[in-house]
Write a protein that binds this ligand. Structure first.
Ligand SMILES: [Ca+2]
Ligand SMILES: [Ca+2]
Length: 400
């Protein structure tokens, strides 16, 4: 840590270190291990999820149900060609029930997972999953694995090929969200290994590579920690969330939705946040024009993670081409905020505003659920992971 870097951060981290590696890891994972913390609030409550779901508020005509449960640390989602849902997790071997990748078929198409199959285990933070042309891609902290032709082999997975094995292995923002773009390249972020710091040339990036791991290149720079991206369907251009720094007060910096129509742009970290907020702790010789501002600013510390453009036909026409975004919720703010799904309105390929879509996991400054990722199912419903409860929700349109 830099001298002069937030003393508050050190004050929060130190008690975690003193409580051992698990607590320190919890801190690095964005959870507050130190209680009471300075400004942090982390107030979970345990509920019967099936019962509590009745309290989720959705626009008229929508319904939410449980697609699957019993998957500790359920994080990123990817959908197979046959409708099987793949679920990445954090954690590593030795911790209970994590370091796994799950598969959930819904062969009978009734909107409930038929079973939860643990297809991989013993991996190192296999948070990232992507499915493309029959193959499953899994991102650990330091490696990208490719399992070819996995349909029908869920109980006996093939050996993977290793597309990359030299990625940085920092726990801090090292877990990955991955996806294959319309250019048939795999996009792989490498977050900043810190709350705030000047990252070296191998961090604070989004990489992309060919589907056999060749030709890796930097796609975007100045990215603190993106855990969600997708391509707008009409322009086929890249959009991503980026989580702002912590320990800068309740309302700074804004969360970001960013647009990268071309490669090579710098999105500000650690010098700028949102559209033009300067972090005076990090002076730079770069001109303002060197940075690409966020397109949308959202409330601080909400932790925007997975995003998904809606291309289905189940929801009413006004939802087509719109963006759904999961907000995991704050650990670094009091009162707490986030813990919801938002709908970002797009017009002609441009983001024009946002509104709440699903709320209710946050009640009276406590939370009972944390949305992580959003995936459109084959029938046009939305599947949403929640790593606090280890469940997948299904949001469907039932009409009036
Ligand atoms: Ca089923
Ligand atoms: Ca930025």
């Amino acid at each position: 840590m830099r001298p002069g870097q937030s003393r508050e951060y050190a004050a929060l981290l130190l008690p975690c270190l003193q409580r051992g590696p698990v607590a320190a890891l919890a801190f690095a994972s964005g959870m507050a291990c130190a209680q009471p913390a300075i400004t942090a609030a982390n107030n979970p409550v345990d509920v019967d999820v099936a019962e509590a779901l009745q309290r989720i508020k959705l626009p008229r005509g929508f319904a939410i149900s449980l697609f699957a449960q019993g998957m500790e640390e359920a994080r990123s989602l990817a959908l197979g060609d046959d409708g099987t849902l793949y679920v990445g997790t954090r954690g590593a071997q030795g911790a209970p029930a994590i370091g796994k990748v799950y598969a959930i078929p819904d062969a009978d198409g009734d909107g409930r997972g038929d079973q939860v199959i643990t297809i991989l285990e013993g991996l190192n933070y296999p948070n990232g999953v992507a499915f493309h042309a029959g193959d499953l891609y899994v991102a650990e902290l330091g490696r990208i694995l490719k399992y070819e032709d996995v349909a029908g082999r869920l109980l006996d997975m093939p050996e993977p090929s290793i597309l990359a094995d030299q990625l940085p292995e920092d726990y801090h923002h090292g877990w990955k969200f991955i996806a294959v773009g319309p250019d048939d390249k795999l996009y792989v972020p490498v977050g900043a290994p810190c709350n705030v710091c000047e990252p070296d040339s191998s961090h604070g990036l989004i990489l992309r590579m060919d589907l056999d791991g060749s030709n890796p290149e930097t796609f975007a720079k100045g990215v603190r920690n993106t855990v969600g991206f997708d391509w707008e369907p009409t322009t086929r251009q890249f959009w991503f969330t980026d989580n702002g720094r912590d320990l800068w007060g309740n309302d700074r910096p804004p969360e970001e939705l960013n647009h990268a129509p071309v490669a090579g742009l710098h999105f500000g970290f650690p010098y700028r946040y949102g559209k033009d907020l300067v972090d005076a702790e990090f002076p730079t010789a770069l001109a303002d024009s060197a940075f690409t501002p966020a397109v949308l600013e959202l409330p601080a510390h909400n932790a925007g993670l997975g995003i998904e453009f809606y291309t289905g036909t189940q929801f009413p026409a006004e939802y087509r081409g719109q963006l759904f975004a999961a907000y995991h919720g704050s650990w670094n703010r009091n009162p707490i905020d986030g813990y919801r799904l938002r709908l970002v309105r797009f017009e002609k390929g441009r983001a024009v505003g946002y509104e709440d879509f699903a709320t209710g996991w946050l009640e009276d400054n406590t939370y009972w659920g944390r949305p992580v990722d959003v995936e459109q199912a084959a029938d046009g419903s939305l599947l949403v992971s929640d790593d606090y409860n280890g469940v997948i929700y299904r949001i469907s349109y039932e009409g009036n």
